[in-house]
Write a protein that binds this ligand. Sequence first.
Ligand code: NAD
Length: 263
Amino acid sequence: FLAGRTALVTGGTSGIGLAIAEALAAAGCRVSINGLGDAAQIAAALSGIEAHGTQPARHDPADLRDPEAIDAMMARCAADGGIDILVNCAGMQIAKPLEALPDGAWEAIIAVNLSAAYHSMRRALPAMAAKGFGRVVNIASVHGLVASAGKAPYVASKFGLVGLSKALALEYAAAGSRETGGVTVNCICPGWVETPLIEPQIEARMNGGSRDDGVRALLREKQPSLRMSRPEEIADSVLWLCRREAHNITGATIAIDGAWTAQ
Ligand code: NAD
């Protein structure tokens, strides 16, 4: 069902987004990624994705803080065969209490984690509806469902992303059919996942001990399974949402959080 589809994964140069791009390539999709990084990191990401699939992968350099750059990226994708699957995975985090947040933290976090998803969906969803098939998977967070102290802009951005996704799921719920696969918009809400994003928070809990001590302390605070997720495990759930059989899963938030939000 996914073979030959086109996918755009933001945040595809690192962490969860890269694992999603690799999984979509392995399922037969033609994958474009967006994300920051130096030339070597981008080349390594593209060759990793290509090694998982059979089609060439592409990188788009748009800075997601800039709506005009997002529009240009979406126009390039439309000209290059359109987008069947859009994964908004780019994100940033500054974990500090309100008084310690630097100037511009709010604007940057809201722009990358929330507004960028709005701008990309604005361009992608009408074309998906016209074709009768489309999948949008937004990588939100447990912090789109519950708050933690010391992350106010991040929590606000992820709650916003959950609300935005539900509103657009409603607007496109009747597009397409069971046969075409329909158009769905969902959020995946991970707890802790082993990626570069959370390294500062691990370091902050090492207390002179090892990295493993920092990881254990982080998990004990909130994630009852006491296990991190791996990026490829999050990617697996994205693939599942892209299947035809998932046509009626829309407007959902899927927590992958070791029972964090069950508490
Ligand atoms: P990561 O730091 O490995 O990847 C973040 C990606 O976003 C990178 O590709 C980066 O280049 C891209 N990005 C950041 N700013 C950008 C900008 N201005 N323009 C374009 N791209 C930009 O982090 P990750 O852990 O893989 O995070 C991916 C997503 O998962 C994020 O939205 C994050 O909030 C979410 N998430 C992560 C965790 C976790 O524990 N790691 C938990 C819940 C949710």
